[in-house]
Design a protein around this ligand. Structure first.
Ligand code: NDP
Length: 310
């Protein structure tokens, strides 16, 4: 029987682990088969307090993990494939290690990139279509790429790609970006970034050649369609929470986010932190903050549980 299992190893899970370890809760982190969260795919982080100069997302995550390890946190490179949560008993089914019985759980599984849902997009994933500029940008040195979306992710991706690619075209469905002003201004002031406003991607071209060759876009105001020659397309239209495995075990909202009261889930002893329960802020620092809150709530919950070994 484990005391506290933390599922996920992004800033929420790692911060929860650091706090839980310091509270002598002996936590175990089920870190997934690809440890780290979305932060590891962020080239530069310049808004995490404590770092005067920008720090790489991977370096920041690594530092949090090493801090947790130093405090005695145990890590399992494993994936949760099922779970049973009730007030009285909780267990996790792990792909490699089998059943893990736990007294309390913190869900910190984050969110994954959303795609447009086009068949051509699906067929060309990994063949010029990507949702991770920092992972795949290097394949497009000196080439033409498009970024779809108008939020901060799209801006960050466009700025990153502009340093590598010959040209970047941001395709946004409205006439104003959703992104923060500072990021939007940087994009608009970068000479090799163009913006296709009021435009939607109708098709990604190149399925027959098995390699992206362009895009068919539609101007949503005029109804006109046009084709753009492209070597790559980066989809940056937001994220969906990674909660499939918890469906039916804790309350989820209509979009699949875990419903929380502070960080408490609908089942006593189950807590959630980070993007898996946050549709509003979605920052590394807010994820870390809610990880701290979840650990403090778990500590209180475990302190009030009857000691079954006594
Ligand atoms: P957002 O939800 O903020 O933005 C998604 C964008 O994609 C919007 O512009 C939206 O358009 C567009 N979009 C959504 N669905 C579609 C679709 N089907 N077709 C075309 N376009 C679509 O997501 P982000 O991932 O950009 O950001 C998430 C959070 O992370 C935000 O809080 C952001 O501030 C934060 N973040 C912060 C960074 C930083 O440097 N501080 C870096 C990256 C992210 P519309 O505007 O019309 O809704």
């Amino acid at each position: 029987m484990e005391n506290l299992a933390i599922i996920g190893s992004g800033p929420a899970g790692l911060t929860a682990a650091i706090y839980a370890a310091r509270a002598n809760l002996d936590p175990v982190v089920v870190e997934g088969i690809q440890p780290g969260g979305q932060l590891t795919q962020t080239a530069e982080v310049e808004n995490f307090p404590g770092f005067e100069q920008p720090i790489g997302g991977m370096a920041l995550t690594d530092a949090m993990r090493r801090q947790a390890e130093r405090l005695g946190v145990r890590f399992m490179m494993d994936e949760v494939t099922g779970c049973q949560f009730s007030a009285a008993e909780k267990s996790l089914e792990l792909a490699v290690a089998g059943t893990l019985h736990v007294r309390a759980v913190i869900i910190a599984t984050g969110a994954s990139a959303r795609y447009l849902g086009l068949e051509s997009e699906h067929k060309l994933r990994g063949r010029g279509v990507s949702a991770c500029a920092t992972c795949d940008g290097a394949f497009f040195k000196g080439k033409r790429v498009a970024v779809v979306g108008g939020g901060d992710t799209a801006m960050a991706d466009a700025l990153y790609l502009a340093r590598l690619a010959e040209s970047v075209t941001v395709i946004h469905r409205r006439d104003a970006f959703r992104a923060s002003k500072i990021m939007a201004e940087r994009v608009l002031n970068t000479p090799n970034i163009k913006v296709a406003w009021d435009s939607a991607v109708e098709e990604i071209l190149g399925v027959e050649q098995r390699k992206v060759s362009g895009l068919k876009i539609k101007n949503l105001k005029s109804g006109e369609t046009s084709q753009l020659e492209m070597d790559g397309v980066f989809i940056a239209i937001g994220h969906q929470p990674n909660t499939g495995v918890f469906r039916g075990q804790v309350e989820l909202d209509a979009d699949g986010y875990v419903v929380t009261d502070s960080t408490r889930c609908s089942v006593p002893g189950v807590f959630a932190a980070g993007d898996v329960q946050d549709r509003r802020y979605k920052q590394a620092i807010t994820a870390a903050g809610s990880g701290c809150m979840a650990a403090l709530e778990a500590e209180r919950y475990l302190a009030e549980l009857p000691d079954l070994t006594a």
